[in-house]
Design a protein around this ligand. Structure first.
Ligand code: NAD
Ligand code: ZN
Length: 343
């Protein structure tokens, strides 16, 4: 089969021929239809510090996918050949305290496909049947390919009650933009998204109705707070940039007792104004991945009930043109980039 592989410890990914994976009794084989390129894949392409210390090679990359079940392990029940599906790319064990409590996404032994285990940038992927998410017919393949990052957005956005709240999102990357769409869908009153990249803010406006984009390189958030008539600031903050200045601005722009969900990953250790957080009595929640499987359930339900994130997909390429896809991602101007594996 064709696969996009980190074959050697240097910048780039290479299209290789790899054997079709052999499945175990609890696994299924999925023929891949489309995949999404993630920021993580860019780190692996660039072979930065994180990637070179985390990812063994050779490694088939990729973890955002949609496909269909073509082979089923002998102990698997409840799935059939031809079932269209996506799936959770975090592979977990079942003997940690968290797993045994049903909090699978908090298992400390989690391994990621495309990072620690062979991934989804291939014509075929093997996955534990437990991780498979069957897709209803009304969710198209393009959306199926980006459910993993949409799940990050949903998990973060639903960390706190948003109904009637004023919400500030820092970072209008694909995940921040999708989180804005979710906040709108969940009934927030004002949704404000910040960035310093005007193209990203334009895209955010294009994807999400009734959004107030703010270029913090040009505009002061305090002016926006006044313009919207928010007496004391935002109720909830969703940090989606990994940028320290953005987090500082968020802490300043929140009400007393405000809440922050942190998804963005700063490049290294990042100082915070700790006492400011204490005196503002702010609640902070770190968010990793998606809840298995509550986020998947809520996400599919919202997509079937009017949540529309389709316009966040700005580019689609045949997989043979993967280099153009990665270039689009690396430009910083794209939304989600999707690769088609079924010519
Ligand atoms: P992205 O890099 O495409 O988007 C980040 C955006 O933040 C960019 O548009 C950038 O211009 C903007 N930004 C930079 N400085 C800013 C500032 N001062 N104020 C406001 N915006 C600023 O990333 P993405 O794919 O949308 O992911 C969002 C973040 O979530 C990233 O940090 C990523 O590493 C992280 N992430 C975390 C998890 C997790 O499990 N915790 C999972 C996926 C992604
Ligand atoms: Zn991803």
């Amino acid at each position: 089969m064709k696969a996009l592989e980190k074959s050697k410890p240097e910048e780039g990914l290479w299209m290789v021929q790899a054997p079709v994976p052999e499945i175990g009794p609890d696994e299924v084989l999925i023929r891949i239809n489309k995949t999404g390129i993630c920021g993580t894949d860019i780190h692996i392409w660039n072979w930065d510090d994180w990637a070179s210390h985390t990812v063994p090679h050779p490694m088939i990359t990729g973890h955002e996918f949609v496909g269909e079940v073509v082979e089923i392990g002998k102990d698997v029940t409840g799935l059939s050949i031809g079932q269209r599906c996506s799936g959770e790319g975090h592979l977990i064990g079942n003997d940690s305290r968290q797993s045994r409590a049903g909090k699978f996404h908090l298992d400390p032994g989690t391994r990621g496909i495309g990072v620690n285990e062979q991934g989804a940038f291939a014509q075929y992927l093997k996955l534990p049947a437990f991780n498979v998410i069957p897709l209803p017919d009304d969710i198209p393949d393009e959306i199926g390919a980006i459910l993993d990052p949409l799940g990050n957005a949903v998990h973060t956005a639903l960390s706190f009650d948003l109904l009637g709240e004023d919400v500030l999102i820092t970072g209008a990357g694909p995940i921040g933009i999708m989180a804005a769409a979710v906040a709108r869908h969940a009934g927030a009153r004002n949704v404000v998204i910040t960035d310093i990249n005007p193209q990203r803010l334009e895209l955010a406006e294009h994807v999400v109705p009734n959004l107030r984009p703010v270029n913090v390189a040009k505009e002061d958030l305090n002016d926006v707070i006044a313009e919207l008539g928010l007496k004391e600031g935002f109720d909830v903050g969703l940090e989606m940039s990994g940028n320290q200045i953005a987090l500082d601005q968020m802490v300043e722009a929140l009400v007393m007792g405000g809440k922050i969900a942190l998804l963005g990953i700063p490049p290294g250790k990042s100082p915070v104004d700790w006492s400011r957080i204490v005196f503002k009595a702010i609640t902070i929640k770190g968010v990793y991945g998606r809840e298995m499987f509550e986020t998947w359930y809520k996400m599919i339900a919202m997509l079937q009930n009017g949540l529309d994130v389709s316009r966040v997909i700005t580019h689609q390429f045949e997989v043979d043109d993967f280099e153009a896809g990665f270039a689009a991602m690396k430009s910083g101007q794209s939304g989600k980039v999707v690769l088609n594996w079924r010519a």
